[in-house]
Design a binder for this molecule. Structure first.
Ligand code: NAD
Length: 308
């Protein structure tokens, strides 16, 4: 069946302006409309959405506008025969720039200077504290779109980049690839450990007490992927006992990060409110991907980024 309609569920407003997103489909030859909950769909309808809703299982195709589709029940989509696609493949620049920003800031203390600026302090850190990221080892765990984006940029800054990946195929900018089973060897020598994995049963709690013990005590954790990859209790504990030096975190076990989280209070932790992909062009990046898949759907070609 061909698509007659593309619906944009209002939940996209979590990350992009819905009206601008709808307008970005002006060139499509099917109508595009914004919808709320409780609509009914059939196989000639496509839905682009941020959250899952049961009624989407009646549509012809559903696109999750996020890369992380862990809130969607892929088995239900498979059982219903409804293709589900996600927005992997468009975050190489946006999310990896945030990871690079954390690392440069943590090394050169930009976050500390800003904290002091807020108090009007002309601050002089201990001589030993600032360092260059150049020549420091970065271990990127997960070398997909974001992981490769981080690796390439870190390599350009002169960092010594290694990575963890299920396949041993080489990746530009990465000097050594470790198997996931050898995670501890991969992270042991790294000054920075950056997580770029999806949240799956396999990756949940990947970084916990044991990993913080293996990491250098002057190492920084960078998480721009998903909060549950890290055991947050273990992270707070590691920071408190100086088992690691600090962290740059865009994602958390609970979002928004609760007011009483100890993570707010560490000088050496930079917190951004899950804004790794937030730029003023994000709606256009997503619309390009969805438009490409509308065209593919209409001519019966395999959809890009099909995850169920
Ligand atoms: P991607 O699918 O391109 O890359 C994920 C990579 O992880 C793949 O190469 C996959 O093979 C690998 N992988 C999966 N399980 C693994 C395991 N157990 N061990 C080693 N490697 C494993 O996805 P992406 O676009 O790079 O995004 C990665 C994740 O980042 C998403 O799933 C999402 O949760 C998160 N994300 C966060 C933001 C943000 O705003 N902070 C934005 C986009 C995506």
């Amino acid at each position: 069946a061909r698509l007659d309609h593309l619906y944009v569920h209002e939940s996209v407003e979590n990350v992009i302006p819905p009206e601008a997103f709808v307008e970005a489909f002006d060139h499509l030859d099917i109508p595009v409309d914004l919808v709320g909950d409780g609509e009914s769909y059939d196989e000639t309808d496509a839905v682009a959405t941020y959250v899952p809703k049961p009624e989407f299982l009646d549509a012809g195709w559903v696109h999750c506008i996020r890369a992380g589709y862990d809130e969607f029940d892929t088995e239900a989509y498979e059982a219903a025969g409804v293709p589900l696609t996600n927005s992997t493949g468009i975050h190489d620049t946006t999310v990896s720039e945030v990871a690079i920003g954390y690392m440069v800031s943590l090394a050169r203390l930009l976050h500390v200077y800003r904290d002091n600026q807020n108090e009007g302090n002309w601050y002089t850190p201990d001589y030993e504290r600032p360092f260059t990221v150049e020549n420091e080892r970065l271990c990127v765990v997960g070398l997909g779109t974001i992981g490769q984006g981080i690796a390439e940029r870190a390599d350009a800054l002169g960092m010594d980049v290694v990575g963890v990946r299920r396949s041993d195929e080489s990746v530009p900018g990465v000097s050594e690839i470790f198997d996931p089973a050898d995670l501890h060897d991969a992270i042991a020598d790294a000054r920075f450990v950056a997580l770029a994995l999806p949240h799956t049963p396999e990756t949940e709690g990947l970084i916990g007490d044991d990993e913080f013990d293996v990491m250098r005590d002057d190492a920084y954790l960078v998480n721009v992927a998903r909060g549950p990859l890290v055991d947050e209790r273990a992270l707070v504990d590691a920071l408190e006992r100086d088992a690691i030096a600090g962290a740059g975190l865009d994602v958390f076990e609970t979002e928004p990060l609760p007011d009483d989280s100890p993570l707010w209070d560490f000088e050496e932790v930079i917190i951004s409110p899950h804004k790794g992909s937030a730029t003023n062009r994000y709606h256009l990046d997503i619309a390009d991907l969805v438009s490409e898949n509308v065209e593919r759907y209409q001519i019966g070609e395999t959809l890009r980024n099909r995850v169920a």
